[in-house]
Design a protein around this ligand. Structure first.
Ligand SMILES: NC(=O)c1ccc[n+]([C@@H]2O[C@H](COP(=O)([O-])OP(=O)(O)OC[C@H]3O[C@@H](n4cnc5c(N)ncnc54)[C@H](O)[C@@H]3O)[C@@H](O)[C@H]2O)c1
Length: 252
């Protein structure tokens, strides 16, 4: 089960934390992985971890919010790995400069901060989906996994309205893509993560952490295992859904 031999996966923002866990997990199941990150050094670190474990990976450093860079990066990854990207994991969702995240009550936020969290989560995902779809359609097979957050599922009074807007927006986008592309053998689903072990930069997450029924935050391996399932050949009848992976937190 869950054999990715012959498949090429692109994981965005995979230079550390959850994205790195997803890249490692897919490579562990036999996928060749293009490890995207804005930061080349981080992408190389994840590739080194994958290669050390006997897997195959290449760094794919580009900015997901730059469509031309995405097109060039995806083409290069295909050439480097000898095929076409047929698994896309849109994980990049936290701006490189956490100061651009637009944390705080919306009423207090400078309009100059509004775009960045929406840009990376919504337009970043659109850029990647638009770029990989032709190859997936030609292959008659593809998997798109979008990483979202509890902040895209419920309203939270902790100053994450802009981030939540980007996440809710991209969830809607993926639902439509799932309907448009299902006849072509392409599935598109959302994995909405709860509080992860690395969370807590820029906003107070202690209240959310205290409310996790399983008593712990998520880790990169939790995220990787879920992505493996959603992207697997076996998950061909699962599309257009949002799966909450959050230790049992009530997000509805
Ligand atoms: N950390 C959490 O608690 C948590 C909770 C819910 C959802 N999520 C989601 O999980 C995903 C990963 O979060 P994380 O905390 O592991 O992030 P992170 O900030 O630890 O790592 C993300 C990586 O993305 C890279 N990156 C940033 N902007 C980029 C861009 N424009 N193009 C390419 N790469 C870029 C960064 O360099 C960084 O290495 C995000 O979509 C986030 O919204 C995280």
């Amino acid at each position: 089960m869950f054999d990715f031999t012959g498949h090429i996966a692109l994981v965005t923002g995979a230079g550390r934390n959850a994205g790195a866990g997803m890249a490692r997990a897919l490579a562990g199941q036999g996928a060749a992985v293009a490890v995207n990150d804005l930061d080349l050094g981080r992408a190389e670190d994840t590739c080194a971890q994958i290669e050390q474990a006997g897997g195959r990976a290449v760094p794919a450093p580009f900015d997901v919010t730059d469509l031309d860079a995405v097109r060039a990066g995806v083409a290069k990854a295909g050439t480097d790995l000898g095929g076409t990207v047929d698994v896309l994991v849109n994980n990049a969702g936290i701006p490189a400069d956490i100061g651009d995240m637009g944390y705080g009550p919306f009423r207090d936020l400078d309009p100059a901060k509004w775009r960045t969290p929406v840009e990376i989560n919504l337009f970043g995902a659109m850029n990647c989906v638009h770029t990989v779809l032709p190859g997936m359609r030609e292959a008659g097979w593809g998997r798109i996994v979008q990483i979202s957050s509890g902040a895209g599922r419920v309203g939270l009074g902790m100053g994450v309205a802009l981030y939540g807007s980007g996440k809710s927006g991209v969830e809607g986008f993926i639902r439509h893509i799932s309907q448009e592309e299902a006849p072509a053998g392409i599935t598109a689903n959302v994995l909405a993560l709860g509080l992860m072990s690395n969370a807590g930069r820029g906003t107070d997450t202690s209240g959310v952490a205290a409310g996790i029924p399983t008593g712990r935050r998520g880790n990169p391996e939790d995220a990787g295992a879920a992505v493996v399932y959603l992207a697997s050949p076996e998950a061909s009848w699962l599309t257009g859904q949002t799966i909450d992976l959050n230790g049992g937190s009530q997000t509805r």
